[in-house]
Design a binder for this molecule. Structure first.
Ligand code: HPA
Ligand code: ZN
Length: 308
């Protein structure tokens, strides 16, 4: 299996149904069902929002530092089996703070797991764009007490209606702190969201970015500046950003000379971890080993903190 870096992975999206049930029992959280298959059966999504509803609901089982430790440790084990040598891992503190779980529990548990993991890894703190810019700033200020525990900031959750430009100030603060910057853009939102992420937020990578392909000038900009795109093929199919894997624009992105990487996004929900995404591209799109090698090389080039 080819070595690779994973750069677009939400740690909360690695919460497998088995762990949902285990943590619910451990923390005495009531669930609509304790049947793993019944939980999995809900994972049929019409769009990004219908996924996010389930994603946030399941997180209610994450309460203690140990829970976050177990979650991240399980991901790192799976990732190692899938050839991941380096992972830059998103986490969504607001999804926990809003339930009364404090920042030190979240960061403490995740950081301890990353420290104990075999692969090289780092955390990227994501703001939930649908909770607004003011709260994002508060969250960043709280998190700066743990500045050494994360390498950058990102922007995720519901995209359309929450353009990147709303978050100029908080990204300026992050930049001044020497933090890396990424943003989800061009998953459901159009190319204008990708332009704003580049021009206003000064992002160094674009998460998803598939709709950038609708704008040739934008494609030229991404190519010339070698801005990496963290594409998530199985996620795009499951969230119906593309009709099927066979229709995915990823091969065309590579042909355009873009720095494309392949990632799993929320593997517990979308039917596969990162190597499963590579395998699906080979199987469904007939991508060659040479193309997949290029993608894997891109993933190391696009990493912020790989020391390999
Ligand atoms: N898009 C936006 N927000 C998210 C995603 C995604 O694919 N996964 C988890 N939060
Ligand atoms: Zn994502």
């Amino acid at each position: 299996m080819r070595p690779k870096a994973e750069l677009h992975l939400h740690i909360e999206g690695t919460l497998e149904p088995e762990l949902v049930v285990e943590l619910a029992r451990r923390n005495r959280v009531d669930l609509p069902t304790f049947d793993v298959e019944a939980i999995r059966a809900r994972y049929s999504f019409a769009n990004l929002q219908s996924f996010l509803d389930v994603y946030y609901e399941n997180m209610a089982v994450l309460r203690t530092e140990e829970d976050f430790y177990d979650l991240a440790s399980a991901y790192l084990r799976r990732a190692a089996e899938q050839g991941v040598r380096h992972a830059e891992i998103f986490f969504d503190p607001q999804a926990h703070l809003s339930r009364g779980v404090p920042m030190d529990v979240v960061i403490g548990g995740l950081s301890a797991a990353l420290k104990d993991g075999e692969a090289s890894s780092a955390l990227i703190l994501c703001f939930l764009r649908d909770r607004g810019a003011e709260e994002a700033e508060q969250v960043l200020r709280t998190a700066l007490a743990y500045r050494d525990h994360f390498i950058g900031v990102g922007l995720d959750s519901a995209e359309v209606g929450y353009p990147p430009s709303l978050f100029r100030r908080v990204f300026d603060i992050a930049a001044a702190e020497g933090l890396h910057r990424v943003a989800h853009a061009g998953e459901e939102g159009g190319p204008d969201y990708v332009w704003e992420a580049l021009d206003v937020l000064r992002v160094e990578r674009v998460d998803h970015g598939i709709r950038a392909m609708e704008d040739p000038q934008l494609v030229a900009r991404l190519r010339e500046e070698r801005i990496p795109l963290t594409v998530c093929p199985l996620s795009n199919v499951r969230l119906r950003a593309v009709p099927s894997l066979r229709d995915h624009i990823l091969p065309a992105m590579l042909d355009e000379g873009l720095v494309v990487t392949v990632n799993s996004d929320d593997p517990a929900y979308f039917g596969g971890y990162v190597e499963d995404n590579y395998a699906a591209l080979r199987r469904e799109l007939g991508m060659t080993e040479e193309q997949l090698d290029r993608i894997a090389r891109n993933s190391f080039e696009a990493a912020f903190a790989y020391e390999g």
